[in-house]
Write a protein that binds this ligand. Structure first.
Ligand code: TXA
Ligand code: MG
Length: 329
């Protein structure tokens, strides 16, 4: 059920969390599907509701850095403590940091890993819920596993209906794309997922070069969220750099990240959407998932996304769209 995110309903959501239920709430990136991170039975419900593979760990959300010691083992880890301090300026905000896990966090939260992903969201409703519940809330994105993430309460309701006890409506997520995931455990920190915070911002803050996970890298995937198939609409999707082909299927929708000339190819598309007429990638990110979800219900044979996405936030968009274009297994 979708409810207004007033203080009464936030209190109700917090009580549901403490009672072992799953609730959906807005964050600045995308909506989350949350449960008490200390309650293994409640966490199991998240995996069931999402249809999430058991090997894909969840992010634990906290209201502030002062709660990190409740979930992460920072003792005897001076390098990690030092790096963490350098990353604090991104919090509250769209950054997730992988840290050594404390025993109290049930294995199901981290899919059996010795590490835990920690994020401090800035969204006022997420903050209010975390403070009211006063327990860490483990929350993946509030979408069916491998489908497009949810950036509004309606997206969540469409995916889960009454399977979620309560959906706090906080309007559209202001960023619209997931947090950046970085591990600072290894000798060289690694970006596990590109997101709103860019690699160069992280390198600047840490004062060192960082690695990134090779795309589609083999079996022992350190971060299963990097699985090739993800964020996929049901309609086949193709990401291209420029619209210069001769023929296409019957009903094709075109998403342009930013506007480009279509003089020769306009007639090939039944529908054209421009994510940011002003050429602003932040605006494009904010509108990407809702546009994909909408067009996915439009009965198209193909969705073509056009964009040159190599820098900064473009990396995160390209990462999502590259995974979205593979067929769902
Ligand atoms: O913006 C976000 O991060 C949103 C909001 C709700 O906070 N959450 C989100 O969660 O995107 P989810 O579950 O859709 O993605 C979590 C990512 C996955 O790629 C997962 O594999 C990775 O984080 N992850 C979580 N814990 C990990 C761990 N211990 N080691 C490696 N990767 C981890
Ligand atoms: Mg997700």
């Amino acid at each position: 059920m979708i409810v207004a995110a007033n203080s009464e309903n936030i209190a109700r959501a917090a009580e549901l969390v403490l009672g072992g239920e799953v609730v959906a709430f807005p964050t600045e990136t995308v909506y989350g599907l949350g449960a008490n991170a200390f309650d293994a039975t409640a966490i199991d419900k998240i995996y069931q509701i999402k249809g999430r593979p058991a090997n894909n760990p969840l992010i634990v959300h906290l209201p502030s850095v002062s709660e990190i010691h409740l979930v992460a083992d920072l003792e005897a880890n001076p390098t990690i403590v030092e790096r963490l301090a350098l990353l604090e300026s991104f919090w509250p905000g769209p950054l997730t940091v992988i840290l050594p896990k404390l025993q109290v966090i049930p294995d199901i939260v981290t899919a059996g890993r010795a590490s835990v992903a920690v994020r401090i969201p800035s969204h006022p409703i997420a903050q209010a819920l975390l403070q009211r519940a006063a327990v860490p809330i483990a929350a993946p994105s509030a979408n069916r596993s491998s489908y497009i993430s949810a950036t509004s309460a309606n997206h969540v309701a469409k995916d889960f209906g009454d399977n979620v006890a309560l959906i706090l409506d906080g309007g559209d997520s202001p960023i619209g794309i997931e947090s950046t995931v970085i591990s600072i455990i290894e000798a060289v920190p690694i970006i596990y997922r590109h997101g709103y915070v860019t690699k160069s911002e992280l390198e600047h803050a840490l004062g060192m070069a960082i690695d990134e996970l090779a795309q589609g890298s083999g079996v022992a995937l350190p971060s299963p969220g990097m699985l090739a198939q993800h964020y996929s609409p049901n309609t086949p999707l193709k990401l291209i750099e420029s619209v210069d082909f001769g023929s296409l299927p019957n009903r094709v929708a075109l998403i342009q990240i930013t506007p480009s000339s279509l003089t020769k190819t306009q007639h090939l598309f039944s529908e054209i959407r421009v994510l940011s007429a002003a050429g602003n990638l932040n605006e494009a990110a904010r509108r990407l998932y809702s546009t994909l979800r909408e067009l996915d219900c439009g009965g198209f044979d193909l969705i073509v996304v056009e964009g040159k996405l190599d820098n900064q936030l473009g990396r995160a968009l390209k990462d999502r769209l590259t995974r979205a274009q593979l067929p769902i297994g």
